[in-house]
Design a protein around this ligand. Structure first.
Ligand SMILES: [Zn+2]
Length: 222
């Protein structure tokens, strides 16, 4: 009697898959007696699918052993494991297979730190140039945040003013150039990030290009 406990790890599972696929491929490789053309087509399709699956499983085995697939891209996060990469991978793999517990589906509230199923990812939308924010919050903290935000009307009025400045008018090449200047001014004033500004200018330039060559794109800077 051996005291060793079988692990049935990642490679074992793939190995069993490949064995089953081998058997399947053998069984559909040979035609049955008196096979009809339509049966033959179905059989060959099944054969093709099984061979593809077998190839995929073999590739996964190879990637696990070598750490890389045929294209050379790393398939497993080797960097996060120490020199015992194969063992540590098996540990993680075993953990993936373990049934989830109540604890696993509880998120932590970013404000009060409570761990609960009542914690959700909440979105705080902001007026235009600002990006929306997302936080994991419990019901109580979310309520607190939303009631704190609503009386602050000064902020939103200011934002509305910038937004009305930014009324988009791309009806003529001149208006487009004007818009580009406005975006650059907002960026210079720090109201737009460089990435946002570039994205907007790109969009306006796309619109500009729709006017065709008579618009003399890019040369009409004020
Ligand atoms: Zn909370």
């Amino acid at each position: 009697m051996t005291s060793k406990k079988l692990i049935h790890g990642f490679l074992d599972k793939l190995g069993r898959n490949i064995q089953a696929l081998d058997a399947g491929i053998d069984s559909v490789r040979k035609p049955a007696k008196g096979e009809k053309p339509s049966d033959r087509r179905a059989r060959l399709k099944l054969l093709r699918d099984l061979i593809e699956l077998q190839n995929a499983s073999m590739a996964a085995v190879k990637a696990h052993l070598l750490g890389r697939d045929e294209t050379g891209s790393v398939n497993e996060p080797e960097d996060v494991y120490s020199e015992n990469a194969a063992w540590e991978f098996e540990r993680d793999f075993k953990r993936f297979l373990e049934p989830w517990t109540q604890k696993d589906i509880e998120f932590e509230c970013e404000d009060c730190g409570v761990e609960s199923e009542e914690v959700y990812r909440r979105t705080f939308s902001h007026p235009y140039p600002q990006e929306d924010e997302h936080f994991y919050l419990c019901d109580k903290c979310y309520e607190k945040q939303t009631t704190q935000q609503s009386p602050g009307k000064d902020d939103s009025a200011e934002a509305d003013a910038t937004r009305s400045d930014m009324k988009v008018n791309l009806s003529t090449p001149e208006k487009c150039q004007e818009m580009i200047q406005k975006v650059k001014a907002l960026e210079a004033a720090g109201q737009l990030g460089p990435a946002q500004a570039n994205a907007m200018i790109g969009t306006i330039q796309n619109a500009l290009s729709l006017f065709g060559k008579q618009g003399t794109v890019g040369s009409t800077s004020a």
